[in-house]
Design a protein around this ligand. Structure first.
Ligand code: HEM
Length: 499
């Protein structure tokens, strides 16, 4: 290649001096704007956002070429001033610099060891997921109108068990630990929201002293959120220590690490606190987004629901004697196809998380400078009509062969690969999340009928089908969730009571 070609940047929208395209990017559904640019300029789009070179990858091929294959140089994260530096979430995994940072490596090792593909087959972890699913069903049974809240509470409870062996009360309103974690997570969501704090766009603002800002400005907010995060680090950790001293600690992520270290130093303790908090920040909002999207899809596609229920009835038998378990999985290809389609139809993290390039690179005919922030537009890939015909339709059949068994999917056709990100930053909770969603969906379909709510005249209330947020959730909708039979209802009540 001649030098002239090799020095070119990928095409992309021209921006204003310094701010670049910052003001062309909307506050919500940034992936749609990025997708529009992909259609106009190609699958690798370059631009500048507040002086920061930025690359948007709109195809699986480009994302895999750069973030998977060249993962050694594409696995850093950009600085997050408010959420990362000022509030302190950069002590955890999601905002940690990588890939050569020893702390990052230790976090990834821990996650792999505890919830990697093999660890996720551990009978204790599977039993924990089945039990929490039974409790989730009990919530739907008791309070079907508030269905939107239940998956979130249930995921929160599951992660508290996984991370600390802590058993949250089923009615979590009064649970002190749930409250501490929820408050810290609200800070995480607010501080991470793109554009919510000016300091993220103008980092020099972090040098302005707090007393110069009205009511302390963002610095006072950051100080409060940091205190809340510290509580989230310390309180559940204190619980595990107490339980250990009393000789009754339950298996958990924190316990395994403390036992591995035998005599943990304060630095070890700080690291495991941060790792456990990262489990929560990665998992708390994502799995519930998939469960709510699933409920919406079932309302829209009653025939999908019926086919899934026939599959479950065949495997479990007609007499409501037990609920689905992970051992049924191989016999439930249609349920598995629904899980894949949920991950595709509403990817919980449509833009993934930003990666950052740590040295200059050449890709195709272009030079990509060190420090470039890279977004892989997961949404674009999962809505590609060439790979997924009529992509807005919820259609599990796309993953099945004629006889109803699952197709062998290639990586670019597999939402359970694309939806979890790329390279050395790929979601470390993906196997755990897939299992939670699978058992949640199978059990819910076995026990409940999901249908449109009715208005006062008995007519169907049609839901608005729209998804919003950086972690993308369906906008609120009404829905009718009722047990398929009285036997189904008592089976749920019995199963949840036994645990
Ligand atoms: C439907 C469920 C989920 C989806 C779609 C999802 C998706 C993602 C994506 C796209 C990323 C960014 C990957 C990248 O940078 O390329 C990510 C990162 C992460 N996820 Fe998940 N996730 C889910 C559930 C979970 C769960 C249940 C946990 C923990 C138990 C978790 C923990 C994390 C963590 C800690 C990171 C940061 C990894 C790093 O920075 O190295 N996620 N996830």
């Amino acid at each position: 290649l001649s030098r002239r070609y090799r020095s070119a940047s990928p095409p992309g929208p021209a921006g204003l001096p310094f701010v670049g395209v910052a003001y062309q990017i909307p506050d919500d559904k940034q992936w749609l704007k990025f997708h529009e640019w992909t259609l106009r300029y190609g699958d690798v789009v370059s631009s500048t956002v507040m002086g920061q070179p930025t690359l948007i990858l709109g195809s699986f091929r480009a994302a895999s070429d750069l973030l998977d294959t060249k993962g050694a140089i594409y696995s850093d994260r950009p600085d997050a001033i408010m959420a990362g530096e000022l509030v302190g979430w950069n002590r955890g995994l999601g905002y940690a610099h990588g890939p050569d940072n020893p702390r990052f490596r230790e976090f990834r090792r821990l996650f792999q060891q505890f919830i990697g593909p093999r660890a996720c087959q551990d009978a204790n972890i599977l039993a924990m997921q089945e039990e929490e699913t039974h409790r989730l069903m009990l919530r739907f049974l008791r309070d079907p109108k508030n269905f939107y809240r239940h998956p979130r509470e249930s995921t929160g409870a599951l992660i508290l068990r996984l991370a600390y062996g802590y058993e949250a009360a089923l009615d979590q309103g009064q649970d002190p630990l749930v409250e501490v974690v929820e408050i810290a997570m609200q800070g995480f969501a607010k501080a991470s929201e793109p554009g919510a704090f000016l300091v993220d766009n103008f980092p020099v603002l972090r040098y302005v002293p707090e007393w110069l800002m009205p009511s302390g400005g963002f610095k006072a907010v950051a100080r409060r959120m940091r205190r809340e995060l510290d509580e989230m680090y310390d309180l559940p950790f204190g619980f595990v220590k107490e339980q250990m001293e009393a000789g009754k600690a339950r298996p958990s992520f924190t316990l395994s690490y403390l036992e591995e270290k035998r005599t943990p130093t304060p630095a070890d303790e700080e690291l495991i606190k941060a790792a456990a908090a990262s489990l929560y920040s990665g998992g708390a909002d994502t799995t519930p987004s998939s469960m709510t999207a699933f409920i919406l899809a079932m309302m829209l596609r009653p025939e999908v629901q019926e086919r899934a229920q026939r599959e479950l009835d065949t495997v479990l038998g007609p007499s409501w004697t037990r609920l689905p378990t992970f051992t049924d999985r191989a016999q439930l290809p249609y349920i598995e196809a629904i899980v894949l389609e949920v991950l595709r139809w509403n990817p919980a993290v449509p833009l993934g998380l930003a990666h950052r390039l740590t040295q200059d690179d050449v890709y195709r005919d272009w030079v990509i400078p060190k420090g470039t922030v890279v977004w892989a537009n997961v949404w674009s890939m999962l809505q590609d009509p060439v790979v997924f015909p009529e992509p807005t339709e919820f259609r599990p059949e796309r993953y099945l062969k004629e006889g109803g068994t699952l197709k062998e999917l290639e990586r670019h056709e597999d939402p359970s690969i694309i939806g979890f990100g790329f390279g050395r930053r790929i979601c470390p909770g993906m196997f755990f999340a897939m299992n939670s969603i699978l058992i949640g969906i199978a059990t819910m379909l076995y026990v409940f009928d999901i249908s449109k709510a009715k208005d006062e005249n008995g007519a169907d209330i049609l839901p608005e089908v729209d998804f919003r947020g950086f972690i993308s959730h369906p906008v609120p909708f009404k829905c009718d969730i009722r047990p398929r039979s009285t036997e189904a209802a008592s089976l749920v009540a019995r199963a949840a009571a036994q645990e």
